[in-house]
Design a protein. Structure first.
Length: 246
């Protein structure tokens, strides 16, 4: 997959994109991430990408020409590939969107700044994306969140592809608890079921714990699910255990 990030501060992204899982995926050639300095597409004497807003008001507005120019050069304007604008006005990013974006061969991410962008840029954007109901100084940090979430869904990025399939929100639920050695620590023991070797029962326990954790922390997520009979039984068991304080 190829991801093209358009920004006026590429140095904010260079470090994080070289490290950890994303860095290794880039080295393996699983994902290609290109940083494009918007100022390189500002064809004026001072390479300025912003100007005063029509109608007056505080701050500066990002000009439309550089965005159109970079997306034209990268061949996005006449393709079906996503063009994301990171903005607090956008749709809140979630796992479903990450899964959708991971199916494309490439996508572009536009990072805004100042008071915002010229409204005409929105005409060429396919998705306006927010990472929450708060305002940041620019789109770079949200862009990193999107890149990380999408990248880990690509085959070969994680050491075990099963890890991504069991993440929170993949099936609409929060993830189950995890344990490792030692078996007992400060009086707290690993649940016996995880030591049983019975993989079918372990799977049932984990699914039940997913229901329990979701009930505790994000009960609204359950309203969106279509449950089979086994799921309904596990949900009922989770509710009983929560009432008992287990």
């Amino acid at each position: 997959m190829q991801i093209d990030i358009v920004t006026i501060f590429p140095e904010m992204l260079e470090g994080p994109l070289k490290g950890s899982i994303i860095g290794r995926a880039r080295e393996k050639g699983i994902i290609k991430i290109n940083l494009h300095n918007l100022r390189d597409y500002a064809y004026n004497k001072h390479r300025s990408v912003d100007d005063y807003p029509y109608g007056g008001g505080p701050g500066m507005v990002m000009k439309p020409e550089p965005f159109f120019c970079v997306l034209e050069k990268l061949d996005y304007l006449h393709s079906n590939n996503p063009i994301l604008l990171m903005t607090p006005q956008g749709e809140v990013f979630n796992q479903k969107l990450a899964q959708e974006f991971a199916t494309f061969e490439k996508m572009a991410i536009l990072c805004g700044h100042y008071e915002g962008i010229d409204e005409r840029v929105r005409k060429i954007v396919t998705h306006e994306i927010s990472i929450g109901d708060y305002v940041l100084t620019g789109g770079e940090i949200p862009a990193l969140a999107v890149v990380d979430a999408v990248s880990r869904l690509l085959p070969g990025v994680l050491g075990d592809d099963q890890s991504a399939r069991e993440d929170s929100f993949q099936d609409g639920l929060l993830e189950h608890p995890h344990f490792t050695r030692p078996r007992e620590y400060k009086g707290m023991k690993v649940p016996d079921i995880l030591l049983s070797g019975n993989h079918a029962e372990i799977a049932r326990w984990r699914k039940k714990e997913k229901f329990k954790r979701t009930l505790e922390r994000r009960p609204e997520l359950l309203k969106k699910l279509s449950l089979n009979e086994e799921d309904k039984q596990l949900l009922l068991q989770a509710e009983k255990e929560l009432k008992k304080g287990d």
